[in-house]
Design a protein around this ligand. Sequence first.
Ligand code: ADP
Ligand code: MG
Length: 435
Amino acid sequence: MNIGQEVLEALKEEITEVEFNRYIKHLSYDVKKSVNGLAVFYAPNALVVNWISKKYSEKISHLFEIKSNSKVTVKITLKNRIEKRQTKKIAEAKQGSSLLNQSHSFNNFMVGGSNQFAYAAVKSVSENAGKVYNPLFIYGGVGLGKTHLMQAAGNVFQNSGLTVIYTTVEQFLNDFTRSIRNNTMERFREKYRKCDVLLIDDIQFLSNKEGIQEEFFHTFEALKGDGKQIIFTADKHPKKIGGLEARLQSRFEWGLVADIQPPELETKIAIIEKKCEINKVVLTKDIVNYIATVIDSNVREIEGILSKLHAYSQLMHVDIDLEFTKNVLKDQMNENRENLTMDKITQVVAKDLNIKPSEIRSKGRSKNIVYARRISIYICRELTQNTMPQLAQYFGMKDHTAISHTIKKINTLIKEDEDFRVKIEELTNKITSAS
Ligand code: ADP
Ligand code: MG
């Protein structure tokens, strides 16, 4: 048994069996990486990483100290970060496949002020292929429902027997180069110029790709000439795309250009409720409201959060309550903010409070330094994966008990001092929106 396993065995004696089986059992110790006062453990998912770091890393490092007679910093981390990234990439690449996602329907699309113009335009096109707005150009930020709307129309067309091609610029380009290589251009042109409806997602990627713009232009002309419906999406207005041939750019605006704006709170709530219904996740009203307020405009995040909530609650046999939701959301945000460092947090806090980052990390006791330090420590604790000992080291404090003492103090202040709480919220927002 290695020292890491010994420590976990010792921990078993200190906590309940349920806790042990739920979290600690899943930890594995990395003998190779654990050198020079560092103990590395792997956990299976980010939530476990978060909880263990928060709840047990102090205990674990204490047990290490007893066993090895020297100070040890405990690092709990995800085993397969790299693998995870790759899976994500593959999933992203798959999105470019020409299959329409059946669940992208008009019924499942929640309409509010932010998207009603685009919705009405796509809906109307779906009822009158090639007859009303051709081409239809939908633009807006990431995760606001462009692909969903486009495919909703695609599904309607397909169900009425039309031949629909849904593609991305990348796929169109790959298909094109493959056809050149294999001498199958004729087939390529037959496919793209003879379909009834052409849906091209994220057309902004045409920018600065001259060869394919030429081919694409002729595809467009052929389809438009035959009265076939074309729909585009992009992350910005055609005028702003840049690196496009003038003749293409002007054609993008021939039909109708409609934008989608970030959803208002009520729309976000409606979307969450809809997604819960579809995914059979039951959430109370206050949890739905909480999620809607905390996430920003990117609706895509909602799905991630719901599936995480669902998966973890099953995995860990706990009900989804507000506390649990907060943890999962925090975890999700940490994942989004892997790059957020203590340096960055301290910099933002220092700038806002008009002092130097080095002062925050100094032993200075003046009122404004202590104030800035408390805020920085609190935000670092909330937004990064650093453990108490790491925080202590960073902020020049004696050890993790000093940090833990400070955090207790801050929590009291947050409850008692409205201005302090507001300042923390304000700075947290600033930091997270900049990352
Ligand atoms: P975009 O293509 O604009 O980046 P997507 O269409 O991929 O965004 O949308 C991201 C996710 O959010 C999808 O799962 C989609 O179903 C969902 N979504 C976005 N807007 C809405 C909405 N108004 N109603 C329901 N779901 C939505
Ligand atoms: Mg999209």
